[in-house]
Design a protein around this ligand. Structure first.
Ligand code: PGA
Length: 306
């Protein structure tokens, strides 16, 4: 049978005996019997294969091995105390890391203010944030690059916990100079006849448009495919075509009149943002606190334009 490994308790007793100068005094202070201490020190000596004390008369003295062990024991117990302190700080949300990714509009217009509120509440937590499209955001959570994501809901999320956070209202955006701009409502055929500025595959906004066309057995006329809503907005204003945008991300342009909103007859376009994270992985404390704060922050959020 192999010798049992020396353990932290033995190291604590060993240091206590050194501190108090004898087994008897250490036993008194620690409310243990003297034989209990000596048998544990003997077990420690067996596990390292060396004696740690020499008894000279009633006095005990450290051996060379004992002196060496003392140095390491002090370091080890300090490290253990540090580890316990750090873990207690994580428990109390005084430190740790929050990793969150969101899709374009949510990440640009909502997430920063939620993270601001989170940071004010938990200033010791390091924030890691990214903004990308829906497919990539979910992938980042699956690969454990992020703790949670805010994305539109789509199929294939069976491995995720999913909670609704906010409606993402979409609209057809056109330049005020566009031939259809004077009409508030257009037919789907009029919409489909226009060159479109589209997001890339994997974007939730693109998915909405693709479905719309597939359901009606139409092909979109793609003017240009772009990865960023900000460039799509500029492209629409530059009369490259029309596009579909989140209302939330175009409030300023709609208010200024640099973009106009068109409605397609009989079609309401929206996609709901959800917070998602892996079902089988326990959500880290900081991420769980963020989720609670996110829901609270968005309780009264108004995405419509006035
Ligand atoms: P998307 O998501 O970037 O995947 O289109 C919608 C959004 O938040 O803008």
């Amino acid at each position: 049978m192999s010798t049992p490994l020396l353990n932290l308790y033995q190291l604590q007793l060993f240091l206590a005996v050194i501190e108090h100068g004898s087994y008897t005094r250490a036993a008194e202070i620690l409310h243990l019997s003297q034989p209990a201490i000596s048998s544990r020190i003997r077990a420690l000596e067996e596990s390292i294969g060396e004696k740690v004390f020499d008894q000279i008369g009633r006095q005990i003295h450290l051996t060379d091995a004992g002196r060496e062990l003392r140095l390491h024991a002090e370091t080890i117990l300090r490290q253990v105390a540090n580890a316990q302190r750090s873990i207690a700080e994580i428990r109390a949300l005084e430190r740790g890391t929050l990793r969150v990714v969101a899709t374009t509009t949510f990440g640009t217009y909502i997430l920063p203010s939620v993270l601001g509120a989170f940071h004010r509440t938990y200033p010791g937590i390091t924030l890691v944030m990214d903004v990308t499209n829906e497919a990539r955001a979910v992938d980042m959570v699956r690969q454990d690059e992020m703790d949670l994501a805010v994305v539109g809901f789509f199929s294939g999320l069976d491995d995720m916990e999913i909670e609704h956070v906010l409606r993402n209202e979409l609209f057809v955006a056109a330049a005020p100079t566009h031939p259809l701009a004077h009409k508030e409502t257009i037919t789907f055929e009029e919409f489909a006849a226009c060159p479109l500025l589209l997001r890339e595959q994997g974007a939730g906004t693109r998915d909405v448009i693709d479905r719309l066309f597939q359901e009606r057995h139409f092909q979109p006329k793609v003017a240009i495919e772009l990865r960023q809503n900000a460039i799509i907005k500029q492209g629409i204003m530059a009369e490259l075509g029309i596009g579909v945008l989140s209302r939330l991300g175009a409030r300023a342009e709609l208010a200024q009149g640099t973009l106009v909103a068109l409605t397609i007859e009989g079609i309401v376009m929206h996609r709901d943002w959800h917070v998602v994270h892996r079902r089988e992985r326990k959500l880290p404390r900081a991420a769980a606190a963020f989720k609670t704060l996110l829901h609270k922050h968005l309780e009264d959020y108004d995405t419509t334009i006035h």
